[in-house]
Design a protein around this ligand. Structure first.
Ligand code: SF4
Ligand code: SF4
Ligand code: SF4
Length: 323
């Protein structure tokens, strides 16, 4: 019975978060309810069943690596399909009429530029509070692209010091640029083109670097939100660790890590590196079961409870995340 507790947690999260939305929020944020009265309940029910099946496959069939790419991509597909339908077909597919560009860097830049609109930064920080860095491995609509593009090749060794410096330099650059645009009182159209350019360059970075290097260069180096998530989530009590007593230093797990978080030095040190997003891909790759998720200091069942929460949130994001 105990082994099914994570599945119960997964089932409860969408119910706990979506039922109050269905009952209290007007106009409805649940998409089906916007088209047919009462259909929001059916959508919540279907998403809940979907989440439980997904958690079951991950926890009982040990398929996180393959399954994560699929459900993360599904989320991105649903998100952008709603965005396109919202622009071309009906405003009902949008969260509100107030559209902004789907560029994660705007989570940082937009509130600075506008001097308000803190919904997304608060959502991001709340998510980090609940699931640590999993925003960047399960929940972001753009990260799913970098994940797919980097999958084609085995990860190459890179100069980590360079990527780390670049990662935090780009946050300073984005903040400084946004403040400059604000001080210069540029038009919204000009600011829009800067944001669009940043987003387009980001996609180019995926094809030019993530594809060639075989790891998520965009997310671990270019996107400023990734740097912030990595930094803030160090307060979250979950870490990927390696049991030194059983690890044979075979290095197989490092080829499964798309975040450059399992170098030889990391493995020897007994824990994943700075960039680890707790994606879990490496967990199934170790022949000696030396890798585990330490959650609140406990290695027993840590991963089961952690992924149960993430999959529940994934279902909630499927229902609510749209522009
Ligand atoms: S680094 Fe940026 S683009 Fe990548 S998953 Fe995180 S927020 Fe999304
Ligand atoms: S796959 Fe397992 S044994 Fe091999 S290096 Fe990684 S943790 Fe150690
Ligand atoms: S160390 Fe493991 S859990 Fe962390 S990012 Fe790499 S593959 Fe994912």
């Amino acid at each position: 019975m105990k082994k099914y507790i994570p599945l119960i947690i997964t089932a409860l999260i969408p119910l706990f978060l979506l039922i109050p939305v269905q009952i209290n929020v007007e106009p409805s944020m649940i998409l089906a309810e916007r088209f047919w009265e009462g259909a929001g309940w059916i959508e919540i029910f279907i998403l809940d069943i979907y989440a439980v099946i997904l958690a079951y496959v991950i926890l009982f069939k040990h398929k996180i690596k393959k399954v994560r790419t699929v459900y993360w991509s599904i989320f991105s597909l649903v998100f952008f399909t709603q965005f396109i339908l919202g622009l071309l077909v009906s405003e009902k597919f949008l969260m509100s009429g107030d559209i902004h560009l789907p560029v994660p860097a705007l989570i940082v830049a937009a509130p600075i530029y506008r001097g308000g609109g803190f919904f997304m930064p608060i959502l991001l920080l709340s998510t980090i509070l609940i699931v640590g860095p999993a925003w960047c491995s399960h929940l972001c609509y753009i990260g799913a692209w970098d994940n797919i593009i980097s999958k084609r090749r085995k990860p190459k060794q890179v100069n980590r010091r360079f990527t780390l410096i670049f990662r935090y330099a780009i946050i300073i650059f984005v903040v400084a640029l946004t403040l400059t645009l604000k001080l210069l009182k540029v038009s919204n159209l000009t600011a829009f083109f800067f944001a669009l350019t940043f987003g387009v360059v980001g996609v180019a970075v995926m094809f030019l670097f993530s594809f060639r290097l075989g790891y998520m260069f965009h997310c671990t180096t270019y996107c400023p939100v990734g740097g912030i998530v990595a930094l803030v989530s160090k307060l979250y009590p979950a870490r990927i660790k390696i049991a030194k007593s059983t690890c044979t230093l075979c290095n197989v797990c490092s080829t499964d890590c798309k975040y450059d978080a399992l170098s030889v030095t990391d493995i020897k040190s007994g824990k994943a590196g700075w960039n680890c997003t707790l994606c879990g891909d490496c967990l199934d790759s170790c022949h000696s079961s030396s890798l585990y998720l330490s959650f609140f200091g406990s290695k027993k069942n840590g991963w089961n409870y952690y992924i149960a929460i993430i999959i529940g949130l994934h279902a909630v994001f499927l229902a609510l995340a749209r522009l």
